[in-house]
Design a protein around this ligand. Sequence first.
Ligand SMILES: Nc1nc2c(ncn2[C@@H]2O[C@H](COP(=O)(O)OP(=O)(O)OP(=O)(O)O)[C@@H](O)[C@H]2O)c(=O)[nH]1
Ligand SMILES: [Mg+2]
Length: 351
Amino acid sequence: MQISKYKAKTISDAISMVKNELGQDAIILSSRKIKEGANGHLFEISAISSGADIINNSSGQYEDVKSELMNIKEMIYILNHSEGITDRLIMKPETLSIYAKLLRNGFNEHYARAFLEKGGAFSNGSSNNLKKIRTETIKAITEIIGIYKPFENTNGVQTVTAMIGTTGVGKTTTIAKLAAQLVLKSKKKVGLISVDSYRIGAIEQLKTYANILGIPCFPAFNRKDLIAAIKRLKNMDVVIIDTAGQSQYDEKRIEELKNIMTEDLKIHSHLLLNAATSEEEMNKTAINFSPLKFKSYIFTKLDESEKYGSIINQLMKKQLPISYLTTGQNVPDDIEEASKNKIAKLLLNKN
Ligand SMILES: Nc1nc2c(ncn2[C@@H]2O[C@H](COP(=O)(O)OP(=O)(O)OP(=O)(O)O)[C@@H](O)[C@H]2O)c(=O)[nH]1
Ligand SMILES: [Mg+2]
């Protein structure tokens, strides 16, 4: 195995030299900053070509070495895509590993950098305090997470909420979970309304849950029906309105829903977003549903998502509190009240 060393004024130049000589798949073994007299600092990289026979199958440590190499390869990829902060990242391995974790978890690159910056990762003299950088970065992330509890401390005032969101995001299932918990655990009187003028039989799914719980459930096809239904449920502590799934691109239908759930009815809407959807799609959904002035986000299907950075990306674009997280198809168990701790854990548990 031939280890080659490359020196250059910047890390990017040194990486380019490695690639030119050893190929795109070269493996970087180490990097360091060295002092070079009057010329100032230089970076030195030790590397080998990817074909080098450094893995001895019979050593018993094959898997460890392989996974280490995968990590290094990923780090090189990240460094190559970190224009502007490559030098700073490579000199602080701990910072690089937090950065990699955030990117792997779906954080938008710019936000990941901003959080690291806020965590003091790039300020002078902080290199000796890497644990602090990690703690401060996590703090910077959790600071932007707000929590909303739609059904807490209503002091006898009726809460009327509506679940809105795209088709199939989990509105009806989430309402069933919430209604069950409110009825069974919090001993609240709950009534349901289905506002769905598009699908014949749309109310059946909701009614099935309502029947199991022994709570009232009414359909409403227009504003007049809705007002009448709310009136019939005036003795309930909580009214939850299910809405027809809208395509996030169908602005006309979102406008129609706005004309049914008019502002004077003081309905608190909550937008459900599938945690697995792309950053762009999620944001487009939030923008297009914004005429309904929703009060919080509910992130659904966390169990189907491998990345949770999208939650933070969305908060960075439109900052609103989070009320619930849903984690599976089981009614009523697969729902959790949102909490900063829970979300921070989700975000940083990735290897
Ligand atoms: N894996 C998983 N599936 C879920 C979750 N929440 C809902 N679902 C499933 O997603 C599918 C659609 O759920 P619904 O509650 O009918 O969705 P909806 O938003 O009411 O759909 P429309 O009324 O058609 O707009 C069902 O199969 C649910 O069981 C969740 O947290 N995780
Ligand atoms: Mg539904």
